[in-house]
Design a protein. Structure first.
Length: 553
């Protein structure tokens, strides 16, 4: 179906009829903010930043600047009525976000917003605006989070917003609910920090021995990794008992297999289970720990989904390709593999039930006039024909996926549990609180890499907010660096960085200093312990450690 040709000639009355006919997919949470996370409507945001704030974002995009914010609901497209959601603009802090989707403030930049604790917006402290530049259809995120929600995976909510900066059009955005303490308490009840945490998994971070400190604690005390160390030890340990039996006290395998099943169903190659690539993936996921230390996994970054991308090998997602270490080990365990197989069957039916094809049709109709306005007055990156092609490809994927999933299910049914054997180890009721690991995990040694080569750490130098570290490599490799500093008897993150090198030789890697490290440097010299992990292109990994001392700023 040629979406763009159909919708460009559709009247606003017909558009409204299509939108009202959209499937009724109820949000699992009812609160003040629900109005801005409705994927069947587009809100309008007015962001005001001073010339000085814009200059600061040009120089340091990841640093927050001060401005004002207002938001209004709309009716009837861009020319319809705007109903303000606040009596007057609110003070806000804004910064830019994104890696592959990053755009400067002069382009269609993506944003993170923070509101004052005393002046929250609809009860929110934070907001995320994704620019959708990696999704020509502009529907993938909203549709993905509806799919997760239909399968009882605690995913963010997502709506649409049209951004004006200092009164000038920028364009259409995905307004994705930020997973922070506010969002967690709506889903799970009171959040206690410590012992609870929300860890962000990105750029190849996985639950592997020695990797806990690479995870950033978005919520909870960042220097307390005991719960994460405990699940790492369980996942990578050994013993006579099955893997799922050993891991289930630390990870909700019922929930995780549902999440992995949705990731595979929607072809989320840039998530946890969709694909594995050293230094890059797994990516776009969160680990949330209950007060007992038991983890759930939450999704993120779903713009590149609902498409098999057959011309790009690393984006081809089958239902059992290699992903993160937990997904891989789950498929090797009889009970956990059956949990995943059963979850995929339920996911297939649940996603069909929300009628994603109908949502695609109604969303495309609603967004067309906003896309037209973006192309005429804003900062567009996609033409109407490009949007049309993407919508057609998404519609084809939606139509074919149920049969593809059922064919895989029919060909890969695990053996039924023997009589007297429990089916699955991811019981819905959590067990008693597990003991917390008090020493480093003792999992299996990493796979051997290529023969030792001239890998070494060179000189380090600081320039502004970055520490640059020289490194010698024997050949192509992915490299991650983590710097830690002492605070109150603990090690806390002082800098992080990662890089891909396509050839060996003398290289440099940047470790971005944290605000806490910069604050310390303003008063004192700073001793750092640098830990560099090298993933050679062949296989294996190598860890190099050095202690340095940065002079006071």
């Amino acid at each position: 179906m040629a979406y763009a040709r159909q919708f460009l000639g559709t009247t606003f009355a017909a558009l409204a009829a299509l939108i009202l006919a959209a499937p009724a997919i109820a949000a699992p949470i009812s609160d003040q903010a629900a109005v801005i996370y409705d994927p069947h409507s587009v809100a309008v945001i007015d962001l005001t930043l001073s010339p000085e704030a814009i200059a600061d974002l040009e120089a340091e995009p990841a640093e927050y600047v001060k401005g004002t914010f207002s938001m209004a609901t709309t009716s009837g497209g861009p020319e319809g009525t705007e109903t303000p959601l606040t009596a007057s603009p609110l003070p806000v802090e804004a910064r830019l976000k994104g890696s592959g989707s990053f755009r400067p403030i002069t382009g269609k930049a993506a944003f993170k917003f923070k509101f004052k604790k005393a002046e929250p917006f609809l009860g929110l402290r934070k907001m995320t605006l994704n620019n959708m530049v990696q999704d020509d259809s502009m529907v993938h995120e909203a549709l993905s989070y509806l799919a997760f929600g239909a399968t009882e995976v605690q995913a963010p909510r997502s709506g649409y917003a049209y951004l004006r900066l200092n009164g000038e059009d920028v364009g259409l955005y995905a307004d994705v609910e930020t997973l922070d303490k506010v969002a967690l308490e709506k889903r799970f009840g009171s959040f206690e920090a410590p012992p609870q945490h929300l860890y962000e998994g990105e750029n190849g971070h996985d639950v592997l021995p020695g990797e806990a400190e690479f995870f950033e604690a978005d919520e909870g005390e960042g220097e307390e990794w005991d719960d994460l160390e405990a699940v790492i030890e369980a996942v990578n340990g050994s013993g006579a008992e099955p893997w799922s039996t050993r891991v289930s006290p630390y990870a909700d395998l019922q929930e995780m297999t549902r999440m992995w099943a949705v990731e595979h169903y929607i072809a989320h190659w840039d998530g946890y289970a969709g694909h594995r690539e050293a230094g890059m993936r797994p990516n776009n996921y969160y680990l949330f720990s209950e007060a007992s230390g038991r983890f759930q996994m939450l999704p993120w970054g779903t713009d590149q989904t609902w498409d098999l991308n057959l011309e790009i090998p690393h984006r081809i997602v089958s239902f059992d390709n290699e992903g993160g270490v937990m997904f891989n080990l789950c498929l090797e365990d009889d009970a956990c593999r059956r949990l995943y197989w059963e979850a995929l069957g339920k996911v297939t039916g649940a996603v069909e039930a929300i009628e994603p094809g109908d949502f695609l049709t109604s969303a495309a109709a609603m967004l067309t006039p906003w896309q037209q306005r973006e192309r005429e007055f804003g900062r567009p990156e996609r033409t109407a024909p490009q949007v049309e092609v993407a919508l057609d490809e998404t519609a084809e994927f939606i139509a074919n996926r149920p049969a593809e999933a059922r064919a895989w299910l029919a060909a890969n049914e695990p053996p039924a549990p023997e009589e007297g054997e429990e089916e699955g180890s991811g019981e819905e009721e959590p067990p008693q609180a597990p003991p917390v690991a008090t020493s480093p995990p003792s999992g299996p040694s990493p796979a051997p890499g290529p023969p030792p080569g001239p890998r070494h750490l060179g000189r380090s130098k600081r320039a502004g907010n970055n520490l640059t570290l020289g490194i010698g490599l024997a050949g192509p490799a992915s490299v991650r660096v983590l710097g830690t500093m002492g605070r109150e008897g603990r090690r806390v993150v002082a800098c992080k960085g990662s890089a891909e090198f396509i050839a060996g030789g003398r290289k440099e890697i940047v470790c971005a200093l944290s605000p806490a490290a910069l604050e310390r440097l303003s008063d004192h010299a700073l001793p750092l312990r640098l830990r560099v992990v090298i993933f050679p292109a062949a296989s294996g990994r190598e860890v190099l450690v050095r202690s340095i001392r940065l002079a006071r700023s």
